[in-house]
Design a protein. Structure first.
Length: 203
């Protein structure tokens, strides 16, 4: 194989006010690894269903430099089992991580890896969902070293304490009983003619 591309399915749907805080928690650690991945012929790309202008606005706010593409108006995220239709959500049988369970949002995270051989053929070599992404959450690996560990006992869901890195001082106070709430919808700035990158194109 001549190269590999690691895609992270970042939860940012069209019209969301911001990206998922938990995906952002992971993304905060990516930029520093890019040069090391490149030395081993590996690239990292985030992919979201939001139009490219909405992705760029949030990426600029967060200060990230990694490559981030839009799968807007394609079936890419649905094909890899990380985006769901309103009908699937209403039915309460969201198909995710090789099972089905109710989830109140249209997006969930995942990782997919593709490899390209010397002849240019592309292969899907790996996908992981749910707790399979734990290893990528570098801050958790550090928290596991300290006496209190992750300190998430008693929370309604484990990552309810996580905020965007610019919101720890201004965000809402931690409510241990708060359940997951999808990001609010805001009016999209982008119509159907919004420029986008086909996420299925191997870079």
């Amino acid at each position: 194989m001549s190269s590999a591309d690691w895609y992270y399915h970042f939860m940012l749907a069209p019209g969301w006010e911001h990206g998922c805080p938990s995906c952002s928690f992971l993304a905060d650690t990516i930029d520093g690894t890019l040069v090391h991945l490149a030395a081993r012929d590996v690239t990292f790309t985030a992919v979201s269903r939001a139009p490219l202008a909405e992705i760029r606005r949030f990426q600029q706010r967060m200060g990230w430099r990694f490559k981030w593409v839009s799968s807007h108006s394609t079936a890419f995220n649905h094909d890899f089992g990380v985006s769901f239709t309103p009908e699937q959500i209403a039915a309460g049988t969201t198909p995710y991580n090789y099972g089905e369970f109710p989830f109140p949002a249209e997006e969930l995270p995942g990782t997919s890896v593709f490899a390209k051989d010397d002849a240019g053929a592309v292969y899907h070599t790996y996908s992981s969902y749910g707790r399979g992404g734990d290893l990528q959450l570098t801050t958790y690996n550090y928290l596991d070293l300290v006496p209190k560990g992750r300190d998430e006992d008693g929370l309604a869901f484990t990552m309810s304490w996580v905020r965007h890195h610019d919101r720890y001082e201004t965000g809402p106070a931690l409510d241990p009983a708060a359940t997951y709430q999808p990001p609010k919808q805001v009016e999209s700035c982008c119509g159907p003619a919004e420029a986008k990158v086909d996420a299925q194109t191997f870079a």
